[in-house]
Ligand binder design. Structure first.
Ligand code: URA
Length: 434
């Protein structure tokens, strides 16, 4: 099959056959197609779209690009979650250990930073020694021992997504619902989840900026999950401001640890209760969301959730002392507070602009394979609806030098708009699709 014909067909708005999609995914995974041709095809898909049949074919081809885990020899039921990507979204770091601490095994395959949105693997790698590269034997052994695994795409698990994800990150081809659905659901199907909770973000810091787009993406993914025999629920969650306060890899890990210790931003814990709550419902561990929230709060308050997180860090080679002493995470050279030069009510916070500003600080990648600086980012302790007085703290910039810090300072100010009249806080969730 000729790659150039496939690119031209999609470029001209044609429908790719199952054979063409299978061939592309296999050949690209095997290293037989260069990045520039794969990027051309992905851009054509981004611009021309895929219909439902093509999207399902792409998902299945990507899921089958490596091994597909069957974890039933380890545990009878496994639950997973995945976010469609947001700014400051460290939900997985809190939800996974909390759910595992409630006695529900979690084996998750996560991703890296994608555009302006952070990635769980990059965040976790701020802990020296921690690795997401697990063999299937190690994945299963850890799941059996501690009930919690956090892995990445590997040569064995969803390798096609590993390659396409890294390419999309740097080619302006992220926000297309077929590509997002195939990326997320291929990982979920390959990692053997019986039940999946999808955290579909909507807003200025998400890949889907309108509720209609987010709903369509959610329906597409729920449909793929159900057709593959997995119980799938999608929550449509607000992303019109960063989630929690911290944005940037080690800053987010510290905030997650803080939240597991019972502190941390209220919006973050509320969101975690909803996502984790639905995971417990799917696993039959709770009958109502209220019951689930009580269980989750118990495992947070008595330290079991934090202990699970620490066990996962240790099992995956990380320096678990940082969990007890997060102040020992490496700090960048330049840490500066930013104060408001105006007063009023916060009317909007452009989370996407803040995410890109953090990428420019070095928290994300601008070219494929680039190394990132785990220590840089921002902490923004204000939310839409808050009243600000002149001189109040807007945020703190963590930068590697003064120049990049000064640029981020300007970008943070520009991302926040104020109003003279009171503004209502943003809703947390818009809808739940089952
Ligand atoms: N998360 C993923 O794994 N893939 C996407 O495309 C977006 C979010």
């Amino acid at each position: 099959m000729a790659m150039i014909e496939i690119i031209e067909k999609k470029r001209d708005g044609g429908e790719l056959s199952t054979g063409q999609i299978d061939w592309f995914v296999q050949a690209y995974t095997a290293g037989e197609i260069p990045d520039y041709q794969a990027a051309a095809l992905i851009m054509a898909i981004y611009l021309r779209g895929m219909n439902q049949r093509e999207t399902v074919d792409l998902t299945m081809a990507m899921a089958k690009s490596g091994d597909q885990l069957d974890l039933h020899d380890v545990t009878p039921f496994i639950v997973d979650k995945h976010s469609s990507g947001g700014v400051g979204d460290k939900t997985s770091l809190i939800v996974l250990p909390a759910v595992a601490a409630c006695g529900v095994p979690v084996g998750k395959m996560s991703g890296r930073c994608l555009g302006s949105s952070g990635g769980t693997l990059d965040k976790m790698e701020s802990i020296p020694g921690w690795t997401p590269n697990l063999t299937i034997e190690r994945f299963k052994e850890q799941l059996a021992s501690i009930g919690l695994v956090l892995s990445g795409q590997t040569a064995c698990l969803a390798p096609a997504d590993g390659k396409l994800y890294a390419l999309r990150d740097v080619t302006g081809t992220i926000g297309n619902s077929s590509l997002i659905a195939a990326s997320i659901m291929s990982k979920k199907l390959a990692s053997g989840a019986d039940a999946i909770v999808l955290d579909v973000k909507v807003g200025n810091g998400a890949f889907m900026s309108t509720l209609d787009e987010a709903r369509d993406l959610a329906k597409l993914m729920v449909g793929i999950g159900k057709d593959a025999g997995r119980q799938t629920v999608a929550l449509l969650a607000d992303m019109n401001q960063p989630l929690g306060f911290a944005i940037g890899n080690s800053l987010e890990v510290k905030e997650a640890i803080d939240t597991l210790k019972g502190h941390g931003p209220a919006d973050l814990w509320t969101h975690c209760l909803d996502i984790a709550g639905h995971m417990l419902l799917l696993a039959g561990k709770a009958q109502t969301l209220g019951e689930a929230r009580t269980l989750l709060t118990e495992v947070r308050d008595d330290g079991r959730a934090l202990a699970k997180f620490k066990a996962m860090v240790t099992y995956q080679g990380g320096d678990a002392r940082l969990v007890d002493n997060p102040e020992e995470f490496r700090q960048p050279q330049n840490i500066e507070p930013v104060y408001s030069d105006l007063s009023g009510y916060i009317a909007s916070i452009d989370a996407g602009a803040i995410g890109w500003s953090c990428v420019r600080l070095g928290a994300g990648r601008q070219i494929k394979g680039e190394s990132i600086d785990h220590s840089v980012g921002m902490v923004i302790p204000v939310k839409v609806g808050d009243r600000l007085a002149l001189g109040d703290l807007l945020g703190t910039i963590y930068a590697k030098d003064q120049d990049s810090g000064a640029q981020a300072n300007k970008e943070l100010r520009a991302a926040i708009t104020l109003s003279d009249s009171p503004i209502s806080p943003l809703p947390h969730l818009y809808d739940t699709l089952t």
